[in-house]
Design a protein around this ligand. Structure first.
Ligand code: TRP
Length: 332
């Protein structure tokens, strides 16, 4: 790979991404490929920290992989792979776990949340999830990690683990920095715009999935919760309209001022319809590319097999050095 900074990011294999995942994360992964070396990973090993149906997990992992390609991740430019295909992640995870304190993991807010939500299955993988995430990043000595706010604490922990390892065994790991994208925006629920848009929302109208068809997308936007005002403008307290404006701005590239003048004198109905149409048109090529890729199983397989080979080759060099540093005997 050329001498550029290295970006690493991972995404859960939910099978289809929400408009929130798309605008806030995945969509920005494509332009990063021009400026950086990028390694992107579908994290199926992280997924099993909560109960998964094996048949669905397999399907969702493949769909997520194809979707990333449909969103513009180019397997020639970047390394795109499935986490469980690359054994170094689990190997490094054990070593990093031995350099992570119980107390540090206990403070992770996502662990606290998830252990409440899955109170019948507080397994140790859920607890050590951030160690595996640190391994994902450190196995490549990545410079930058694009993450949303909900993952910042985990990234901070990855830095602390790297730092501790470096103190104990001598400077080795880079301290990965968060990459905050300029264009990324947080997308809120269409039914309760004070909450983040989430695939697990029990109200399907709250969430746009990037594989939703045009009619569905328009219908969901028409039903979006707004306020009793009538003016399309970005203002404190107008959470619903602010969210729709953010979405519209990010798919059309228009500024808030342009949007306000475009809809001055028009009602919310017109605006919601325009947002729905703009989003549907923006996502149409992603949907058709996804359909094309999903129909070509052999090609997909070739891509993820090669991706795993490249990722293994890259991370193996780093993890072998870590084995040395901690005092493991050379196998050969
Ligand atoms: N934990 C991240 C999430 O749920 C996914 C993830 C796993 C990740 N490993 C990573 C993100 C490494 C960035 C870097 O969104």
């Amino acid at each position: 790979m050329e001498d550029k900074k290295l970006i690493f990011s991972g995404i859960q294999p939910t099978g289809t991404f929400t408009l929130g995942n798309y605008i806030g994360a995945v969509r920005n992964w494509k332009p990063l490929q021009e400026e950086y070396n990028c390694i992107y990973c579908v994290v199926d090993m992280h997924a099993i920290t909560v109960r998964q149906d094996p048949v669905k997990l397999r399907q969702n992992t493949l769909n997520s992989y194809a979707l990333l390609m449909a969103c513009g991740i180019d397997t020639e430019k970047s390394i795109l792979f499935i986490q469980s295909h690359v054994k170094t992640h689990a190997e490094l995870s054990w070593i990093l776990g031995c350099n992570t304190q119980f107390g540090e993991l206990s403070r992770m807010t996502q662990f606290k949340d998830k252990s409440q939500r899955h109170a019948d299955d507080v397994n140790s993988g859920l607890f050590t999830y951030p160690v595996l995430m640190a391994s994902d990043i450190l196995a490549y000595n990545a410079d930058l990690v694009p993450v949303g706010v909900d993952q910042k604490q985990h990234l901070e922990l990855a830095r602390n683990i790297a730092q501790r390892f470096n103190q104990r065994y001598g400077d080795f790991f880079k301290l990965p920095e968060p990459y905050i994208s300029e264009i990324g925006a947080k997308v809120m629920s269409l039914q309760d715009p004070t909450k983040k848009m989430s695939k697990s929302d029990e109200n399907p109208n709250a969430v746009i999935l990037i594989l939703d068809d045009k009619d569905t997308i328009i219908r969901k936007f028409k039903r979006a919760v707004t306020d009793s005002d009538t003016e399309v403008c970005y203002r404190e307290g107008k959470d619903g309209i602010n969210n729709l404006m953010t979405i519209y701005a990010s798919v059309t590239g228009k500024s808030f001022a342009e949007i306000e003048s475009e809809f001055s004198g028009k009602g919310y109905g017109d605006f919601k319809l325009a947002v729905g149409e703009a989003v549907a048109d923006h996502l149409a090529p992603v949907r058709s590319e996804f359909a094309r890729l999903s129909a070509d199983k052999a090609y997909l397989k070739k891509c993820y097999t090669q991706g795993a080979e490249k990722a293994l080759r890259y991370s193996q060099r780093i993890v072998s050095k870590v084995y040395r540093k901690v005092g493991f005997v050379d196998r050969t």
